[in-house]
Design a protein around this ligand. Structure first.
Ligand code: ASP
Ligand code: MG
Length: 414
């Protein structure tokens, strides 16, 4: 029997009625002759509320205790879905992350799965049961509960699909697929019928709603992921190993137009720190970024200017919520390496264009920069990967920038 893994997001299991609806969907897939394992997120905004609760008790909640608390959100939804299935006559059983065999490292709040022994899930499936696994959580070798980072249920689902050798992982959510841009900002954004793993990873890492680690896993194990709506029966987006040429280009247009740019994505809440007059000698970058890494602050865009008198300016971006901690670390380092002042700017955002077709298309960057210039958007920093160009811009201009780029690359319904 084919094994299918389905994942339902928090909105899809937001109340009792939605939970019953989800149970009906799962039962239908089961009756269609599949062996089914399901991963669920916590109901609605449960995780946010649990975080608020913890912070009302402690300004800096203990990471181990916080993880146990947060893991309860998914336990609630997975047991309720299981009960709903049993109500309609299906044999179903719930499992926590630990019971399902998910081992993680010890990084509380953003743990990585290090081992997935799906034996127990497999046995339950073999016995004809539907298994409902609590997303977003695992357990360390010392049996401490961990969580995988916000949005981490996606990763639980893909990891489970890979561990079971499932044909594919279906992710049901409140959007009905992956769009060329956020439809709330760009009304004529187009739903993609398919997208490659690498492109999706860039989109997810730079704003799209899936947990980036889930896409890394999907690519690594070559597990196709379908993103679709749990409420409406419309085709979703298949994330899979798609050859870049010709994939999902605008209908009727030939390979040569097969979109070089696949989508536009954005992020708000970006902050930048600039360290001035940094001595230009080996070891300096390490001296700055090692202590940041040790403090668990992830640094995104880094720009270092060429120096005139063996002094350079070093700028980098961090998440706005990390700014204060990052400044403290950087100011400390500035003293020890004999650099100048440390300045910061906290109202930034970033826009990115993504597409595997960009690799051999030198004109793409120029189109991006001149479109932004025409729209009066100043570019603060630029970074690129093989298949992405990202511009850091003023946060207030993010929406304009996204709309401008979406039309400059003719990504709309047309
Ligand atoms: N409930 C967790 C969160 O809100 C995990 C998830 O939804 O995937 O981030
Ligand atoms: Mg999510």
């Amino acid at each position: 029997m084919a094994v299918l893994v389905q994942k339902y997001g928090g909105t899809s299991v937001g109340d009792a009625e939605k939970i019953r609806h989800v149970a009906e969907r799962i039962a239908a897939a089961r009756r269609a002759g599949n062996s089914i394992a399901v991963v669920v997120s916590a109901m609605g905004d449960t995780t946010d509320r649990l975080i608020e609760l913890a912070e009302s008790i402690s300004a800096a909640p203990d990471p181990r205790e916080l993880d146990v608390l947060l893991s309860t959100g998914e336990l609630v939804s997975c047991t309720l879905v299981t009960m709903a299935l049993r109500e309609i006559g299906e044999e179903a059983v719930s499992m926590s992350g630990a019971q399902a065999g998910i081992r993680t490292d010890t990084a509380h709040g953003s743990a990585s799965i290090v081992e997935f022994d799906a034996e127990r899930v497999q046995q339950a499936l073999d016995a004809g049961r539907i298994v409902i696994v609590a997303g977003f959580q695992g357990v360390t070798h010392e049996m401490d509960v961990t969580t995988l980072g916000r949005g981490g249920s996606d990763t639980t689902a893909v990891a489970l699909a890979a561990a079971l050798g499932a044909e594919r992982c279906e992710v049901y959510t409140d959007v009905d697929g992956i769009y060329t841009a956020d439809p709330r900002i760009v009304p004529d954004a187009r739903k993609l019928s398919e997208i490659g793993y690498e492109e999706m990873l860039e989109l997810a890492s730079y704003g799209a709603k899936m947990h980036p680690r889930s896409i890394e896993l999907a690519a690594w194990y070559n597990t196709p992921v379908l993103v679709a709506s749990s409420a409406r029966d419309v085709p979703g987006t298949l994330i899979h190993d798609v050859a870049s040429a010709g994939a999902d280009g605008p209908e009727g247009e030939g390979m040569e137009v097969a979109n070089k740019v696949r989508g536009v994505t954005y992020e708000r809440g970006v902050a930048r720190i600039t360290l001035r007059a940094v001595p230009d000698r080996p070891g300096i970058a390490a001296a700055v970024f090692e202590p940041l890494a040790e403090s668990n602050i992830s640094v995104d865009t880094i720009v270092q200017n060429a120096s005139a008198e063996r002094l350079t300016d070093l700028s980098f971006t961090v998440d706005r919520s990390d700014l204060r901690a990052a400044l403290e670390v950087t100011q400390g380092v500035a003293g020890t390496i004999g650099a100048g002042e440390c300045v910061s700017h906290d109202n930034l955002g970033q826009v990115s264009i993504v597409g595997t077709g960009m690799q051999n298309a030198p004109g793409v960057a120029a189109v991006m920069f001149s479109a932004l210039a025409e729209a009066g958007v100043n570019i603060e920093m630029i970074t690129t990967s093989q298949i992405r160009i990202t511009c850091v811009v003023d946060e207030a201009q993010v929406n304009d920038a996204v709309r401008t780029l979406h039309s400059a690359f003719e990504l709309g319904e047309g």
